[in-house]
Design a protein. Structure first.
Length: 112
């Protein structure tokens, strides 16, 4: 009976360590974001609703925040309206501010 107790405590310890590892790891997967497919905003991308500063900030946030948790989709992967429904939920999980979420949305939707 003593052996079962030792094995039980060992298994409990392993489970606790595994749970803590998942909790502390969060989104720090150390993914290397492939940014080659991501456009770099220029003045020709500016629209009535998206300044060059917004687009550049959005790209940076997209790479550094979104790319922490998963591989990045190119902005062309979804339509502007799709991005506008995707980004808010993801921004919440990434802890982005409203301004940051807006900048990411402007970037991925190309200011539309």
């Amino acid at each position: 009976m003593k052996m079962n107790s030792v094995i039980g405590r060992f298994l409990q310890s392993v489970l606790v360590v595994a749970i803590l590892a998942v909790l502390f790891a969060g989104c720090s997967k150390n993914l290397t974001a492939n940014t080659d497919a991501l456009y770099v905003p220029t003045t020709s991308d500016v629209t009535a609703s998206a300044t060059l500063t917004d687009l550049q900030a959005g790209r940076s946030i997209f790479i550094n925040s979104c790319g922490r948790c998963h591989n990045l989709y190119s902005p062309e992967s979804y339509s502007a309206s799709n991005w506008k429904s995707i980004v808010p939920g993801m921004a919440s999980m990434a802890g982005l501010t409203t301004v940051q979420a807006s900048q990411v949305t402007k970037y991925v939707s190309r200011g539309k």
